[in-house]
Design a protein around this ligand. Structure first.
Ligand SMILES: [Zn+2]
Ligand SMILES: [Zn+2]
Length: 130
């Protein structure tokens, strides 16, 4: 005689994929579902995730990059784009082009500042002279 186990027994659940009756603990909890458990057992869900990852390597890579960007992204000092510093921790720009622009900008600012100082010094010398 086989004992009937079905929906009336709350401790078991049938996997929608492999059709096995399994203990509730064999399913991952899913609060979004009315049953509170995933419709696929852990084994089937893991298998599906593995397969899906193998079939979508590009998407998985993008998701991982997006996660990394969220964690460690900085704003480019030149173009304002978010980027992940890869070369150095103190990297301020998203690309070598932006780094070049930032350097040029700083060089211009430095020259402007030094030429202002020079003209001040010059004036002072003039004033001191009789
Ligand atoms: Zn299953
Ligand atoms: Zn940039």
């Amino acid at each position: 005689m086989t004992k009937y186990i079905g929906p009336s027994n709350p401790t078991v659940k049938r996997c929608a994929h492999c059709r096995r009756w399994l203990k509730a603990s064999a399913f991952r909890p899913n609060p979004r579902l009315r049953s509170g458990l995933n419709s696929w057992c852990r084994e089937c869900a893991a298998e599906r995730t593995r397969q899906w990852r193998a079939e979508n390597p590009a998407y998985v890579g993008r998701v991982n990059v997006a996660r990394r960007v969220k964690q460690r992204s900085k704003r480019c000092a030149v173009c304002g784009d978010d980027f992940v510093p890869t070369q150095r921790k103190d990297q301020e720009c998203c690309s070598t082009e932006c780094t070049r622009q930032l350097k040029a900008r700083r060089e211009r600012a430095r020259r402007a500042a030094s030429s202002r100082n020079k003209s001040k010094t010059h004036r002072r010398i003039k004033e001191v002279r009789p």
